[in-house]
Design a binder for this molecule. Structure first.
Ligand code: SF4
Length: 456
């Protein structure tokens, strides 16, 4: 009982987070930056922050995470970090030769109030940014929001720095995939390609954080959206932003800046959300849905039908990022499961309403902006059959003896999450496999000898 001190009684709490269901903004900014080809993320702050952010991503993706830091000392903490950043930019381009440096701030540089665009302008004026190279930035104060905000801010920065328009529309669609895994981004691109649609997906961490082992170290793997492609995003016919919290700021900026109409929708997790995504692609591009995609849908539907009796009525608790929780909740409801405790640590204007809309007005559930301590208390008060969440959920799962599926960020103690998608129809099939495996393993473990069946 590692969490034996968590009481069942829920006391009113406002100014205290215990075991947060989120992490800090720069981690999201760093992750998004890896979705740009040839990009080196740069942390404008102390070495400690950068080391933490790198290790969080390294542990989740099981890949080396390269990033630079302004390496603040006492002097820069008092007088500001301009000199450090200008020197960093010069060193990074001459030693590591990236195409883009993506600077994000930290709590310290935000508190000092460093003006990053001004510092970048100074670096440019001083000739520290070579021709054909770029420095972009995002403000990521970690005392507000979460890693999802950091991701959204960096993606927004990509649009602010790179999108251009020639006033000639190109027959292509921008897709902002939200905070999903590299395997999910690959799957989103595959679906669009299968439908014969040209897309620019950004950020795109596929081929970067799930790059193949070749025996040779490559500093900048071949994946990631290219700057030249990103520049043309201002000429696309539309932008599909997947996930309100992570993707809508960039989509709205593109709309305002280059008049590219934006369609903000949920992550395509599960049957209904994937239907909406495929339909949006179909209508915007004016194409038909190919038989291959319809077949995938049919396979998912077949799995749901075959195994429905094991899902029906099972109570579920889930925690994580709002965009993912909305998609996951809808899929669980499609399976006739009962999500009863849903907790996010990331503030979102629409989260509670979106979840309640999915559950319907007559269904009561605990939908909270809170932490995993609160989630544990809710589970103690109303136990569940299944728990979804990042690796930190395993402490609750162990103490309360609940089947547990790792989902979201970070997953520190398993592999597979970055390779196998959970979006699209195929992703739905994988989720079903995971859910069914967890539920049936438990059923078999609890079965008496006379009820232990070979075929379920
Ligand atoms: S100081 Fe701020 S930016 Fe740095 S690790 Fe802590 S929360 Fe993140």
């Amino acid at each position: 009982m590692l969490l034996r001190h968590t009481p069942k009684e829920i006391a009113h709490r406002e100014a205290l987070n215990i075991n947060p269901a989120k992490t800090c903004q720069p981690i999201g900014a760093m992750y998004a930056a890896f979705g740009l080809h040839g990009c080196l993320p740069h942390s404008h702050g102390s070495q400690g922050c950068c080391a933490y952010h790198r290790s969080a991503l390294s542990r989740h993706y099981k890949e080396p995470i390269m990033a630079a830091t302004s390496s603040f000392t006492e002097g820069s903490s008092v007088f500001g970090g301009q000199a450090n950043l200008v020197e960093s930019i010069q060193n990074i381009f001459s030693i590591y030769n990236p195409t883009v440096i993506a600077v994000h701030t930290t709590c310290l540089s935000e508190t000092i109030g460093d003006d990053i665009p001004q510092i970048i302008s100074k670096a440019k004026a001083d000739g520290k940014i070579p021709n054909g190279k770029f420095v972009i930035h995002a403000n990521t104060p970690s005392y507000s929001g979460s890693h999802v905000y950091g991701f959204a801010n960096m993606v927004n920065g990509m649009v602010q720095y790179f999108s251009e328009t020639t006033q000639n529309r190109k027959n292509q669609i921008n897709i902002i995939p939200g905070w999903v895994e590299p395997g999910d981004m690959r799957e989103i691109k595959r679906i669009a390609l299968e439908m014969g649609i040209q897309t620019i997906l950004f950020p795109d961490t596929s081929g970067v954080l799930d790059a193949p082992q070749t025996g040779k170290h490559v500093f900048y793997p071949k994946g990631g959206v290219r700057v030249d492609d990103l520049k043309t995003s201002g000429d696309s016919i539309a932008t599909i932003a997947l996930g309100d919290t992570a993707s809508s700021p960039a989509a709205k900026t593109l709309d305002t800046k280059n008049k590219v109409p934006c369609h903000i929708m949920g992550l395509p997790i599960g049957l209904k959300a994937t239907d909406r995504f495929v339909n949006a692609l179909r209508t915007i591009a004016g194409v038909n849905v190919p038989e291959s995609i319809s077949d995938e849908r049919g396979m998912l539907l077949d799995m749901i039908t075959d195994m429905h009796s094991y899902f029906y009525g099972k109570k579920v608790a889930l925690f994580g990022d709002p965009d993912q929780l909305v998609g996951l909740t809808e899929f669980l409801v499609t399976l006739d499961m009962k999500p009863i405790h849903i907790v996010t640590g990331t503030p979102s204007k629409t989260f509670e309403k979106d979840i309640q809309d999915i559950l319907g007005p007559d269904t009561k559930a605990n939908i909270h902006l809170s932490d995993t301590f609160m989630l544990h208390q809710l589970i103690k008060n109303e136990p569940v059959d299944l728990l979804f969440g990042n690796t930190y959920g395993k402490y609750i799962a162990r103490d309360e003896d609940i089947p547990f599926i790792r989902y979201g960020f970070p997953i520190l103690d398993r592999i597979g999450h970055s390779y196998f998608p959970t979006v699209g129809y195929r992703g739905g099939m994988r989720l079903i496999e995971q859910i069914l495996g967890a539920l049936l393993d438990r059923k078999e473990r609890d079965s008496s000898e006379e009820k232990f069946e070979l075929v379920l």
